[in-house]
Design a protein around this ligand. Structure first.
Ligand SMILES: Nc1ncnc2c1ncn2[C@@H]1O[C@H](COP(=O)(O)OP(=O)(O)O)[C@@H](O)[C@H]1O
Ligand SMILES: O=P(O)(O)OC[C@H]1O[C@](O)(COP(=O)(O)O)[C@@H](O)[C@@H]1O
Ligand SMILES: [Mg+2]
Length: 526
């Protein structure tokens, strides 16, 4: 490959721009975007952020244009050579009109606009670049999977290995065994296209996973000792937090190591991206549990089928599974507080439904109603090894509460069947659409690392894959907004009460708290 040496932030002319945008720090940044792969129309753009610390890298342009950019290796490694991208000689790409994404391509976060709207926040478009910052023979990549299982993990692993090999001729890829702690306490696995050929057909992760055990210093020591220069980290919100501190430590040490996050969350609680891999599969598989609950409920007098689905803080799986099924009479999610007793409560609704149709199906997300049972079942505030709050089993609690209520004064004989398919759902392989999605995620991740970007998570924003800075991924959780039309669609489909009637002050509080968070964002469920 032909090597060209670029100037870097360190040796560029020091132009500083001071700007203030809502929700971001005002910082100063040397105007170091002197790579051919950066903005060509640089004159129009002011830069905010910092190239050598962990402040967001924000560029602003005309008409309210804002680019929330991702770090690049040349931000802190001086005199980096670049190479021609081997993709241009790849037969698979020979018929493609434009191999490489335009260096100026960015993707808007907000697609619904008015004539007078500012252009708003954008992210750098993912894809292959004309020049790469690694020579194929020099790449030594590693892949790690952390957190809970999710359909599609093996597909992402497979496609990173195959993408690196088939597109960039990279032969050295290590699998880290058993999550973050595997960096320093376990053996590694050599990953070749042959070794990963069939793994997408299996659930789980061939690398193993774990919670807890994140020791940043030991992890980066291990990366440095092994000579790894591309780190692909697949995991949820906790994992992306871990990836952020690994990236910061790598930058502090001045290492030429690209750190790339691939978002994994079965319950879709990662913000900014359209949706996470495994989510479609989970919604589809949840139908089997809901169908079983429906069959049980309709086969017996006053049958109630209750299904608990994943979703600690975000009720997307429950909401979409309910909307997809049409057999569900009531969906309970963490974002929408509910109550049992009195007018407008769950008991009243159950009684009404049983009288009307003789059966009913209830779907609850695992995080729903936690405030109602916070003082029951388990001693309070237990955590898993990663520090996630352990939830009480809302399914068991609701089952018992409903049974007790209808048994009281022999009110009404009911037959309740409780189904918890959590681990059966998350252990299956991904479905066809998630498999395609995983391929795009993995290939976008590989293109980004080869192009020298680092400290980013990859994911689709309004259908286009983007490089999103870590801070945007970890700053908040994606949640169902119950004042959006999607939740209204659900309420009108199930005819369940909104549970906002008991106490108008409670209702008002919910309204005040929830809608504003997404006003400036694309709401994924609107
Ligand atoms: N704030 C954090 N800093 C560093 N590592 C973290 C942080 N939060 C979680 N982790 C690590 O990330 C890994 C996965 O986190 P976890 O919350 O269990 O799953 P998920 O990534 O699916 O949310 C664990 O090894 C955990 O130690
Ligand atoms: O029993 P485990 O392995 O801790 O996993 C249970 C948790 O994993 C999940 O499926 C996913 O959680 P993460 O996104 O944090 O991995 C949750 O819905 C559930 O509470
Ligand atoms: Mg998590």
């Amino acid at each position: 490959m032909e090597a060209v040496c670029n100037g870097t932030a360190a040796d560029s002319s020091k132009t500083f721009a001071f700007l203030k945008l809502p929700d971001h720090h005002t910082t100063q940044l040397p105007n170091g975007f002197n790579s051919s792969d950066q903005f060509n129309n640089r004159k129009k753009i002011s830069i905010m952020g910092s190239t050598n610390n962990s402040q967001p890298k924000i560029l602003t342009g005309e008409a309210g244009y804002v680019l929330e950019d991702v770090p690049h290796l040349f931000d802190y490694v001086p005199d980096l050579p670049t190479y021609t991208n081997p993709l241009q000689d790849n037969p698979a790409y020979s018929a493609v009109k434009q191999y490489f994404v335009n260096a100026d391509d960015t993707v808007p976060q907000k697609v619904v606009v008015h004539a007078s709207s500012p252009r708003g926040i954008h992210f750098r478009r993912a894809g292959p670049r004309q020049r790469v910052y690694f020579e194929s023979d020099d790449v030594h990549a590693c892949i790690v999977t952390c957190g809970g299982l999710c359909p599609g993990l093996n597909t992402v692993i497979r496609e990173i290995v195959c993408g690196l090999n088939y597109m960039y001729g990279v032969n050295r890829v290590l699998g880290i065994d058993g999550g973050y702690r595997g960096f320093y306490s376990r053996n590694t696995i050599s990953l070749t296209p042959k070794a990963v050929n069939d793994i997408h057909k299996r659930g789980g992760t061939i690398l193993g996973t774990s919670r807890g055990g994140h020791d940043t210093k030991k992890i980066v020591d291990s990366i440095q000792d092994r000579g790894i220069n591309q780190v692909y980290i697949i995991g949820g919100d906790g994992t992306q937090r871990g990836a952020t501190v690994i990236f910061e430590e790598i930058r502090r040490r001045g290492l030429k190591v690209a750190v790339v996050g691939i978002p994994k969350t079965i319950d879709n609680d990662i913000p900014v991206i359209d949706k996470s891999f495994g989510f479609d599969t989970a919604v589809e598989e949840a139908q089997r549990a809901i169908n079983a609950a429906h069959v049980e409920a309709t086969s017996i007098e006053n049958g109630i089928g209750l299904v608990k689905l994943m979703g600690r803080d975000s009720g997307f799986i429950a909401m979409y599974a309910t909307l997809a099924s049409r057999d569900v009479d009531c969906c309970l999610i963490p974002e929408s507080p509910f109550y049992l007793e009195g007018p407008g409560g769950l008991y009243e609704y159950i009684e009404k439904r049983l009288k009307e149709q003789g059966h009913m199906v209830i779907v609850t997300a695992e995080g729903a109603g936690q405030e109602l049972l916070s003082h029951r079942l388990q001693p309070k505030d237990q955590e898993d090894a990663s520090g996630n709050k352990l939830l009480k089993d809302v399914g068991l609690w609701i089952s018992q509460s409903i049974k007790d209520h209808f048994a009281k004064e022999q009110k009404m004989p009911i037959n309740l069947k409780y189904i918890d398919p959590t681990y059966m759902i998350r252990a299956i392989p991904s479905n066809a659409s998630d498999n395609v999605y995983c391929t795009l995620l993995a290939q976008s991740a590989v293109h980004g690392a080869m192009a020298g970007y680092t400290g980013f998570t990859v994911g689709p924003v309004n259908g286009r894959h983007c490089y999103i800075p870590f801070n945007r991924i970890i700053e908040r959780q994606n949640k169902v907004v119950i004042t959006d039309r999607m939740w209204a669609r659900l309420l009108s489909s199930t005819n369940q009460p909104s549970f906002l009637t008991r106490d108008t002050t409670e209702a008002k509080k919910v309204e005040e708290e929830l809608p504003t968070q997404l006003l400036d964002e694309k709401s994924p469920n609107s």
